[in-house]
Design a protein around this ligand. Structure first.
Ligand SMILES: C=C(O[C@@H]1C=C(C(=O)O)C=C[C@H]1O)C(=O)O
Length: 131
């Protein structure tokens, strides 16, 4: 394995050989420059997503503590339904697949509920999750 075949994190990966043609070494310089420009933006967007998610989880952790302190259940299906409906509308107007947006939100919410269950259990409420 050469360093050419590792990504930024040092993890091994295959060289770019779409349909068996072209390696990382023989990409046209103009194509390589355009790819690099686009990947720089992708990296910035990924960083923004991570920072926004971190902020969201800071808020949801506070909600979890509020719920635990007032014996409220970790999940709120009515709130989730309105968030999903809203996110699907936003996705449609942004030309993003609404089904993908819904799956992503459900994935995030499931993690939040898991955190809320842990917080409730740690607080001794016991209504958070199965024993
Ligand atoms: C954060 C909350 O708790 C849960 C997580 C939600 C979320 O991540 O947006 C939404 C509803 C709840 O199931 C909340 O009730 O607002």
């Amino acid at each position: 394995m050469t360093s050419r075949n590792t990504n930024e994190a040092g993890t091994p990966h295959e060289a770019a050989t779409p349909h068996g043609r072209g390696t990382a070494d023989d990409i046209d310089p103009a194509v390589r420059a355009e790819l690099s420009r686009l990947r720089d933006s992708i990296d910035n967007i990924d960083a923004a997503v991570v920072h926004m998610l971190a902020e969201r989880f800071k808020c949801t952790q506070q909600v979890g503590h509020l719920k635990a302190a007032h014996q409220l259940p970790p999940a709120d299906p009515a709130r989730e339904a309105s968030q999903i409906a809203r996110l699907r509308r936003l996705a449609e107007s942004a030309k993003l697949d609404p089904a993908f947006a819904e799956k992503l939100l459900n994935f995030i919410i499931a993690e939040v509920i898991r955190h809320h269950e842990t917080i409730a259990n740690d607080a001794g409420g016991g209504d958070g999750s199965p024993t």
